[in-house]
Design a protein around this ligand. Structure first.
Ligand SMILES: [Fe+2]
Length: 273
């Protein structure tokens, strides 16, 4: 099974640029074409939050229009730039999203690997949280299927990255999730967004990773006083390859042609000199 992860798309409406600089809608259009052109194609796409930039209904309409050509099912969770009410309305036809209750979290049971989407958002705050209610919900779901390999996906990373300009707004009670993961060894991966960079860590015995964005990247700056800046690095998304017995193998893919494909070997099988 191939799971594409697209995160932090920050779509704006009406041709507006994110931060007056980034054409995030056009960047997502290119990402959609990139995913549709893959062979083999991903089976599903996970959108790990910050789908739009200001949580406005018109931005969600723009997002739905851009996603419409995608050939595979899409599953979305919110990030701090999203607004639960507007997102719920825009994705009313997405049956996996809970109709009621406060949080947009859910379990996808129909795939070889069990996928649990978490809602780490706190309205009005850039940082994230898994409150006692959300943790209890998750624990109940994990208790229900201890034998099934499980991937958690969430917007805010529960660990610190060393990037001071983002770490102050991570999921602030990550240790509580870590304790839960330690007790549920079927969790094989935690997929995150939010930081707009490719980052991996072995965390409480499980691989936790952050995918970069097809839109813009947070500046790589490990200084304690790093400014909160972004840079326009090559747009990316990740493809996670699940195989029974092998686990989840993650590939970073760059969106764009970059000069096309070229052979290493000539027609006679010799390395090209
Ligand atoms: Fe973001």
């Amino acid at each position: 099974m191939l799971i594409a992860q697209v995160t932090d798309t920050h779509v704006r409406a009406g041709g507006k640029l994110a931060y007056r600089t980034v054409d995030s809608a056009a960047k997502l259009e290119a990402c959609v074409a990139h995913l549709n052109a893959m062979s083999p194609r991903p089976d599903i796409v996970l959108l790990t939050g910050d789908l739009v930039d200001f949580g406005r209904p018109e931005e969600y309409h723009a997002l739905r229009r851009i996603l419409a050509p995608l050939a595979m099912p899409v599953y979305a969770i919110p990030g701090n730039h999203d607004e639960r009410g507007a997102m719920r309305e825009a994705f009313a036809d997405h049956a996996y999203l809970p109709r009621d209750g406060e949080f947009l979290h859910y379990v996808l049971e129909d795939y070889p690997v069990r996928l649990i989407g978490l809602d780490t958002t706190v309205p009005g705050e850039p940082g994230g949280l898994l409150c006692a209610r959300r943790l209890a919900w998750l624990e109940e779901r994990l208790d229900a299927a201890p034998e099934r390999p499980t991937v958690l996906f969430m917007h805010h990373p529960p660990f610190l990255t060393g990037l001071a300009n983002m770490d102050w707004q991570n999921c602030r009670n990550g240790e509580a999730l870590g304790a839960l993961v330690k007790r549920h060894r079927q969790v094989i991966r935690i997929l995150c967004g939010h930081v707009h960079r490719a980052i991996q860590i072995n965390w409480y015995g499980v691989t936790a990773s952050i995918a970069p964005s097809p839109s813009h990247s947070c500046a790589f700056d490990l200084n304690a006083d790093a400014a909160h800046d972004f840079v326009l690095e090559p747009p990316t998304c990740e493809v996670h390859y699940w195989r029974e017995g092998a686990g989840l193998i993650s590939h970073l893919t760059f969106i764009g042609a970059y000069g096309g494909r070229h052979p290493f070997y000539d027609a006679s099988g010799k390395l090209i000199d």
